[in-house]
Write a protein that binds this ligand. Structure first.
Ligand code: PMP
Length: 452
C-alpha cells in the first residue's frame, strides 16, 4: 500500500496504489441519476460565490472574489499536538505549517480540502478497488451523519418509500422521518439482510405504488445487531437493486473495526464495480471510530450527480466541513501514510476484538440461559434477545427496572422504525473496563431473574 515514510508536511500522500483497470465499465449515466434526484435537490442552486472558489487556484490570478477574513486578524498563531505512533511506542509531535494553519482557519472548498479528497480516492482504490475517474466522486462532511442526511435529501421526496434494514441504526430514523419518507423494514438475521424475503416483498409490491427508491444498510458490525453481511447476501441485494431499480446507501463506519474471519466480504462499493451496470451504491465512511468522533469528519463516495447535489445542499446549510478539523485530520493522515493508517486501524480492530471477548465472557458468566446472542465480528455492539416470559418485550425491563438497578442499555424497540415490541437489547462494549462490564451484566442478570 502507501509509503509509511511520507514525512509530515509533504504536499501529497504517496503510495503504490492499484492502477486503474483498463477494461471499459458500463457506468450508469448522469441522466440516470438526474432523473432520480429529489425535487428539493433539483431546485437547489449553486452559491454564486462558492461556485467560483475553484478558479482561485489558477496561477497568476488575482482574486477579488471572496469575503474571506484576513488571517492576520485571527488570534491563533500556531497549532501543535502530539499523536500516538502506530509503528512505535513513542508519541510523535506535529505542528501545522503556517500555510496549513491559514488553510485550517479560513473558508475552504464546499466539498472539502482537495488533498483530503485525494487521500480518500487513494483509500477507496486500496480498500475497495474503486478508481478515480470511473463516474464517482468524493465529498467530505461533518461526520457521516451529515452526509447520510444530505444523500437522503438528494434522492428522496416526501412520501417516497425506502428500505431500511431492521433493526436499524437509530440515528437514521430522524433523518428519514424528517424527510417524510415511508420506511419499509427489510428483515435481517445473523447473515445480513434476508435477500429472499426482500425479493418476496419486491415481487409482491402493489403495481399502484412506486417501489422503494433506496435501501439503507450498515453491512459490517451493524449498529445495533453487530452482524456482518455475508458475500452471498450482498450480491443478492445488489442484484435486487438492479432488478427493482433502487440505490444502496452503504453506511460503513465499522468497516475498519472488523476483527472476524480473515476472508472478509468485500464492501457493496467494491462489489458494485463488477455488476453489469456500475453505480448503484452511495458509500459513507467515517473517521469517528478511527481518529476522533469529536473532530466530525466523514466522507461520501458516490455517483457524481448525487454527490454534487449533496454539495449544493452543503452550500445552503453549512457552507463546508470544518477547515480546522480537516487540517488536523490531514496532518495525521499524511504523517501515517496509508501503511500507518492500515496499521492503526488493525490495532483498533484488535483492541475491540479484545473488548468483545471480555464482554462475551461476562455474558457467558451472567446471562447464559437468560439471553441469546450471536458473536459480533466487527463494530462495538452486542445485540441479545432476552428469554423472557409473557410478551417478550424488553422495553420496561430495560428502561425502568435495569435503570433502577443502575445499568443503562437500549431496548430493541428503539431500533425499529415501526416501534414494535422487541425482546432484544443493545449493549456497547467499546468503553467499559472489564470490572464494570462484569458488574453491569451481573445487575442485568438480577433484573431478568426478578422479572421471571
Ligand atoms: N452510522 C452509524 C451506523 C453509526 O453507528 C454512527 C455513529 N454512531 C453514524 C453513522 C454517525 O457517525 P459520524 O460520527 O461519522 O457522523
Amino acid at each position: 500500500m502507501g509509503d509509511s515514510s511520507t514525512p509530515a508536511g509533504d504536499s501529497a500522500i504517496s503510495g503504490d496504489l492499484p492502477q486503474p483497470c483498463s477494461q471499459p465499465l458500463n457506468v450508469l449515466s448522469d441522466e440516470f441519476y438526474r432523473a432520480r434526484l429529489s425535487d428539493a435537490a433539483k431546485t437547489r442552486k449553486a452559491d454564486g460565490i462558492r461556485a467560483l472558489f475553484p478558479l482561485e487556484a489558477r496561477s497568476g490570478l488575482i482574486s477579488l472574489l471572496a469575503g474571506k477574513p484576513n488571517e492576520e486578524t485571527f488570534p491563533i498563531t500556531s497549532l501543535q499536538f502530539t499523536m500516538r505512533d502506530p509503528s512505535s511506542a513513542e508519541d510523535i509531535k506535529l505542528e501545522l505549517t503556517e500555510g496549513e494553519l491559514h488553510q485550517g482557519l479560513q473558508y475552504t472548498p464546499t466539498n472539502g480540502f482537495e488533498e483530503l479528497r485525494e487521500w480518500v480516492f487513494g483509500l477507496q482504490a486500496f480498500q475497495h478497488d474503486r478508481q478515480k475517474g470511473e463516474g464517482w466522486t468524493v465529498s467530505i462532511g461533518a461526520g457521516s451523519q451529515d452526509l447520510i442526511f444530505k444523500a437522503a435529501s438528494a434522492l428522496l421526496n416526501p412520501g417516497d418509500a425506502l428500505f431500511v434494514e431492521a433493526p436499524v441504526y437509530a440515528g437514521v430514523l430522524p433523518v428519514f422521518h424528517s424527510l417524510g419518507c415511508d420506511m419499509i423494514e427489510a428483515e435481517t438475521d445473523a447473515y445480513g439482510i434476508c435477500s429472499g424475503s426482500l425479493r418476496t416483498v419486491l415481487e409482491n409490491w402493489p403495481s399502484t405504488r412506486p417501489k422503494p427508491r433506496a435501501l439503507y444498510t450498515v453491512p459490517y458490525g451493524c449498529n445495533p445487531t453487530g452482524m456482518t453481511a455475508t458475500l452471498e447476501r450482498r450480491l443478492e441485494v445488489l442484484e435486487l437493486s438492479r432488478e427493482h431499480d433502487f440505490i444502496i446507501l452503504e453506511d460503513d463506519p465499522y468497516y475498519n473495526l472488523y476483527f472476524g474471519r480473515s476472508d472478509r466480504p468485500p464492501s457493496y462499493f467494491t462489489l458494485d464495480r463488477s455488476q453489469p451496470e456500475v453505480g448503484r451504491v452511495v458509500r459513507f465512511d467515517s473517521l469517528s471510530k478511527i481518529i476522533s468522533s469529536g473532530i466530525r469528519i466523514g466522507f461520501v463516495s458516490g455517483p457524481n450527480v448525487v454527490v454534487h447535489a449533496m454539495d449544493q445542499h452543503t452550500m445552503a446549510v453549512n457552507l463546508q466541513p470544518s477547515s480546522l478539523s480537516q487540517a488536523v485530520t490531514l496532518k495525521v493522515l499524511k504523517s501515517w501514510g496509508y501503511e500507518g493508517f492500515a496499521l492503526h486501524t488493525s490495532r483498533i480492530a484488535q483492541f475491540y476484538r479484545e473488548k468483545r471477548d471480555i464482554f462475551e465472557a461476562a455474558m457467558q458468566r451472567h446471562l447464559a440461559g437468560l439471553a441469546e446472542w450471536t458473536k459480533p465480528e466487527a463494530g462495538m455492539f452486542f445485540w441479545f434477545k432476552l428469554l423472557l416470559d409473557g410478551d417478550g418485550d424488553s422495553e420496561s425491563l430495560i428502561r425502568t427496572k435495569a435503570l433502577e438497578r443502575g445499568v443503562l442499555a437500549i431496548p430493541g424497540t428503539v431500533f425499529l422504525p415501526s416501534g414494535r415490541k422487541s425482546a432484544y437489547v443493545r449493549t456497547s462494549f467499546s468503553i467499559l473496563p472489564a470490572e464494570q462490564v462484569d458488574e453491569a451484566l451481573r445487575r442485568l442478570r438480577d433484573v431478568i431473574l426478578d422479572a421471571r
